[in-house]
Design a protein around this ligand. Structure first.
Ligand SMILES: O=P(O)(O)OC[C@H]1O[C@H](OP(=O)(O)OP(=O)(O)O)[C@H](O)[C@@H]1O
Ligand SMILES: O=c1cc[nH]c(=O)[nH]1
Ligand SMILES: [Mg+2]
Length: 221
């Protein structure tokens, strides 16, 4: 996959990677369409998760190992002892989590439950469970939407308090405001997204966007 680094909207951003691959853009366009069914939305999210995982795991360290093929002894490369933790921001993050676990089934999983207060747009936490050894793991935080960026920043605050040191944030769609907020709050966190949209509207929705990711994933509206 070709990963394309756009100019970050904030000077504080160490890296924002927008996946401009044709497969990603095709699936994202289908996902945006209001006529896409709940089943279709879920399937597309899962497929996009695999493609995003490819970029999100790009910097994982490898170690060289000796192996035997059926023909000869050679050297190969395996993921090193530094282990992964996928962290889903509930509930919409679970749509991405499912796909990523297909690719890295041995990863540990953390959950942070947050919902946005519809009036203040501030995140309200209702749940958190993380592996004890989170500080020794590379954390990939997943949530389909980076809108104001407050949910992502709050979740990453909690992760860092719990000891996490290496964090990547993965979303389907980002607003410029969300990228700027997250980059300012956590300049060490790499952001991987399929697109940076035009703007946030007065209700904090990403435009043109795809609507409410949780409702579309779980059919709650
Ligand atoms: O960047 P922000 O402005 O904080 O908005 C993004 C958050 O909003 C959505 O969750 P929501 O609050 O709808 O909860 P849900 O996953 O339970 O639907 C989304 O999944 C993010 O977590
Ligand atoms: O556009 C948006 C913004 C926040 N949360 C969503 O699900 N969609
Ligand atoms: Mg929602």
């Amino acid at each position: 996959m070709t990963a394309h680094s756009n100019a970050p909207p904030s000077a504080a951003a160490p890296s924002v990677v927008v996946l401009d691959h044709p497969l990603v853009q095709h699936k994202l366009t289908r996902l945006r369409q209001a006529t896409t069914s709940t089943a279709g939305f879920r399937r597309l999210t899962r497929e996009l998760s695999l493609l995003m995982a490819y970029e999100a795991t790009r910097d994982l360290p490898l170690e060289t190992v000796d192996i035997d093929t059926p023909l000869e002894r050679t050297q190969g490369h395996l993921l090193s002892g530094k282990k992964l933790c996928l962290v889903s921001i509930l509930r919409a993050g679970n749509g991405i989590l499912d796909g990523m676990l297909d690719l890295v089934p041995a990863a540990r999983v953390g959950h942070i439950g947050l919902f946005r207060d519809p009036t203040t747009l501030e995140p309200i936490e209702y749940y958190m469970k993380l592996p004890d050894d989170i500080g020794e793991r590379v954390c990939i935080v997943v949530d389909p939407m980076l809108a104001t960026g407050h949910s992502a920043a709050a979740a990453i605050d909690r992760l860092k308090t719990a000891g996490a040191r290496q964090i990547v944030f993965v979303c389907l769609l980002a607003a410029p405001e969300g990228v700027a907020h997250l980059a300012a709050a956590h300049p060490d966190v790499k952001i991987v997204t399929c697109a940076i949209d035009r703007e946030l509207d007065d209700h904090g929705y990403i435009r043109p966007g795809l609507g409410d990711a949780g409702d579309r994933l779980f059919g709650t509206k």
